[in-house]
Write a protein that binds this ligand. Structure first.
Ligand SMILES: *Cc1c(COP(=O)(O)O)cnc(C)c1O
Length: 374
């Protein structure tokens, strides 16, 4: 047992995945025209309390289409956290807009909402809120700031599927919200994503952008360039089966997180994630720990040492304001965001997939204890 390899994530297919896939194959309906796409969109949107779901190829393209659908482009600014996946900033930059980043909070690693207002200018068009590592952005103050300044909100809920903030589902807060269905997310389609909204016109615009901006009146006459971001019915079939078991998945992910906390409590050198904030539980998308100053090495080295003990792990995201590709564009020249910079260097994500067993959790805790003992 002590030398079995423990992967960072393993998905679980315990519901109707095979049956629904067989339906696709037996019926021949496998493309985006197949019936599972609309079923999955409607069910997932309903689970998030939204009128519309637009299924797309992945969470990255969901963000790219969302930014363009909102009419954000050259000369516009979008405020987002510096500690996040590159997909967020890619969507802004590719639309020709300017990303403006804020630091994160030391307790949740989510964007520091109190830092937003100082970065608003006459060019600011939107705030991109990203729930991180299973903890929720403080949405009510963020929405209040957005409303007061007339800004749109893009909510990236990829890491918060099934999570409620003050009793309302994550994915329900943005002018447009997005999720990803990558295999490490709470609902997976292998690759996939969705845009969520209550706005009929925006939903129509997202559908058009997803489908090459074909026009209903004259299909091959184009007023605009779109993309092919269509999800296949095969993927949606898996997604629907996954969604049917979201409650079980959420409960198991939560149990994994709580067991880690129990096993790692009191271990010197380690800051554990909170089990909840005042407004939301931790849905433990991943189990995120931070090495404190008493540990003489950083997260990269901790990850290497865990790897020697056959435990896979990941560092935190690298800060956007420290990304070479963005620096070379002349972005973020004077930015310093110490909380995020520290998290990027000292933060570590432990194996957290829904298929993780209790004995694997115990083994990870044991091997991490050995790593920290030096
Ligand atoms: C996973 C993830 C994405 C990207 O999703 P893909 O489907 O991998 O493109 C975007 N934002 C966040 C916060 C994510 O965790």
């Amino acid at each position: 047992m002590t030398d079995t390899f423990i992967p960072v994530n393993e998905p679980l297919f315990a519901g109707n995945e095979k049956a629904y896939l067989a339906e696709c194959i037996d019926s021949g309906w496998i493309s985006s025209e197949g019936p599972f796409v609309a079923r999955f969109e409607q069910s997932f949107a309903a689970a998030c309390g939204r009128r519309h779901g637009i299924a797309v190829t992945n969470g990255t393209t969901a963000l790219e289409a969302a930014v363009v659908a909102l009419g954000i482009g050259a000369g516009d600014e979008v405020i987002l956290p510096t500690l996040t996946i590159v997909s967020c900033v890619g969507a802004v930059v590719r639309a020709g807009a300017v990303p403006v980043v804020v630091d994160c909070r030391p307790d949740t690693w989510c964007m520091d909402v109190a830092a937003i207002e100082a970065r608003i200018t006459p060019r600011t068009k939107a705030i991109m809120a990203v729930h991180l590592y299973g903890l929720a952005v403080d949405m009510d103050p963020l929405l209040e700031i957005a409303a007061r300044h007339g800004l749109m909100v893009i909510e990236d809920a990829a890491e918060a599927i099934g999570l409620a903030y003050r009793g309302r589902p994550c994915g329900s807060f943005g002018t447009l919200s997005t999720v990803s269905f990558y295999p490490n997310k709470h609902v997976t389609t292998g690759e996939g994503g969705m845009i969520l909204t209550d706005d009929d016109a925006l939903a129509e615009r997202c559908r058009s952008l997803r489908n090459l901006c074909f026009q209903p009146q004259q299909r091959f006459l184009h007023e605009e360039l779109g993309w092919n971001l269509r999800m296949s019915s095969l993927q949606a079939a898996v997604g629907l089966a996954q969604l049917e078991r979201l409650a079980e998945t959420s409960a198991r992910k939560r149990a994994i997180g709580l067991r880690y906390t129990e096993r790692l409590a009191g271990l010197p050198g380690l800051k554990l994630p909170p089990t909840a904030t005042a407004d939301a539980e931790n849905c433990y998308w991943v189990y995120a720990v931070e090495l404190d100053d008493s540990v003489p090495f950083d997260a990269k080295e901790a990850s290497r040492r865990l790897g020697e003990r056959k435990v896979a792990s990941r560092p935190f995201f690298w800060c956007l304001h420290e990304q070479p590709v963005l620096k070379r564009m002349g972005l973020f020249a004077d930015d310093r965001h110490p909380v995020a910079e520290r998290g990027a260097r000292r933060g570590l994500l432990l194996p957290s997939g829904v298929a993780l067993t209790d004995s694997q959790i115990d083994a990870v805790a044991e091997r991490l204890r050995a790593v920290l003992a030096g």
